[in-house]
Design a protein around this ligand. Structure first.
Ligand code: PLP
Length: 388
């Protein structure tokens, strides 16, 4: 779009894919029945559309459609997973999370700790990776759940979920993973990975805002989950409330497109990301790349520009939409818990910017971005150097 900045903030949200919009269109006013009213044709059409979308969502991870619980997004799905499993477990039960989880895992975890449950937070290495052996060491006889995200929303690090899943299975502990950032770009065979619960968000994968899902394994083991809300029989009573048909249809379409694109899109996006890194490095000195060089989301580039304040850089970058951290915590000036957990020096942490390349970015946009950033960084460094 002319006049619009180059959008490189795909970890915060993604544009709705035009194919998703098209799939949703009939369900706002033409086919508007309540999918839970069984007795008339409009309701049945809505129910059929929800069933088809549920199938599309479950296909993404090789699950059974009955294992999908639709929620308002991943914040709710993460809350439902943690609060739901622990509150259905014996008082004082123990659980394990990683230090770089999203706030929607960290905060319910702290809440559960205050309710008397035992919590262990496992650290990550300098690349942001969790060591499965440390997860194993954290598990006690009272542990019921481990929650480790599939990929991080700030530095893009991908976790060894299959290994963590194998050890959880061996120890008889449930594994939950926040799969939000991985959903549109990594194959996620949940059966192979021994994942028991997983959270998804529509708007992080080219679907609409306000819809997400919690995947909950049906058997081996069967999972007791205390709901957060009461007052309806929808979603097996795990998440009562009228199902938002248009959002669910859009989320289903987004999952189907993600699945069909897995063979080509991640490579294309990674190539654009690498192009951005190379162009920045050829124009500027004093850059440090954060995160894991190998186990990394294809669209993620997290750079520290030494000698430059990240927020000042982002403010000066009118023609590039990027971010200095998680959208939900960027407002306060606390240092990101993720950058703290990887042991990044505070000055470098404050000079870092997260770029998130996505489906609709072009090579021309990447080249333009590299040029804009180089010139703004040089200007900021120069201004600082001359004491202005
Ligand atoms: C965005 C995000 C969430 C929250 O998802 P919403 O659907 O916006 O509530 C949770 N976890 C991660 C890793 C995210 O990036």
């Amino acid at each position: 779009m002319p006049g619009e900045p180059v959008y490189l903030d795909h970890h915060a949200t993604t544009r709705v894919d035009p194919r998703v919009l098209e799939a949703m269109a009939p369900f706002w006013s033409g086919q508007f029945g309540n999918p839970s009213s069984p007795h008339h044709a409009p309701a049945r059409r809505a129910a059929d559309a929800v069933a088809a979308a549920r199938q599309q969502v479950s296909n993404l991870v090789g699950a059974d459609p009955r294992e999908v619980v639709f929620t308002s997004g991943a914040t709710e799905a993460n809350n439902l997973a943690l609060l739901g499993v622990l509150r259905a477990s014996p008082p004082g039960s123990h659980f394990v999370i990683s230090a770089i989880e999203h706030a929607s895992v960290l905060e319910p975890a702290q809440r559960l700790r205050r309710e008397g449950f035992g919590l262990t937070v496992v650290p990550v290495d300098r690349c942001g990776r969790v060591d499965p052996q440390q997860v194993e060491a954290a598990i006690t006889s009272g542990t019921v759940l481990v929650s480790v995200m599939t990929a991080n929303n700030e530095i893009g690090t991908i976790q060894p979920i299959a290994e963590i899943g194998a050890l959880c299975r061996r120890k008889g502990v449930l594994l939950h993973t926040d799969a939000v950032q991985a959903a549109a770009c990594l194959p996620m065979p949940f059966a192979e990975w021994s994942v028991d619960l997983a959270s998804f968000s529509g708007h992080k994968m080219y679907g609409p805002m306000g819809i997400g899902a919690l995947f909950v394994r049906r058997r081996d083991p069967r999972i007791a989950l205390q709901p957060l809300c009461f007052g309806g029989s929808q979603e097996q009573r795990r998440r009562p409330g009228t199902l938002p048909t248009p959002l669910i249809v859009g989320f289903g379409a987004a999952c189907q497109i993600a699945r069909e694109s897995l063979g080509v899109e991640p490579q294309r996006i990674a190539a654009l990301r690498d192009r951005l890194r190379e162009r920045l490095c050829s124009r500027l000195d004093g850059l440090a790349m954060n995160g894991d060089p190998d186990h990394r989301l294809p669209g993620n580039l997290h750079v520290s520009f030494s000698g430059v304040d990240g927020d000042a850089l982002l403010t000066a970058l009118e023609d590039v939409a990027a971010s200095s951290g998680a959208a939900c915590s960027a407002g306060d000036h606390e240092l990101s818990h993720v950058l703290r957990a990887i042991g990044l020096d505070e000055t470098l942490a404050r000079s870092s910017v997260r770029f998130g390349v996505g489906r609709f970015n072009t090579a021309e946009e990447i080249d333009r971005t590299a040029e804009i950033i180089s010139s703004v960084v040089q200007k900021l460094r120069h201004a600082k150097g001359t004491g202005q």
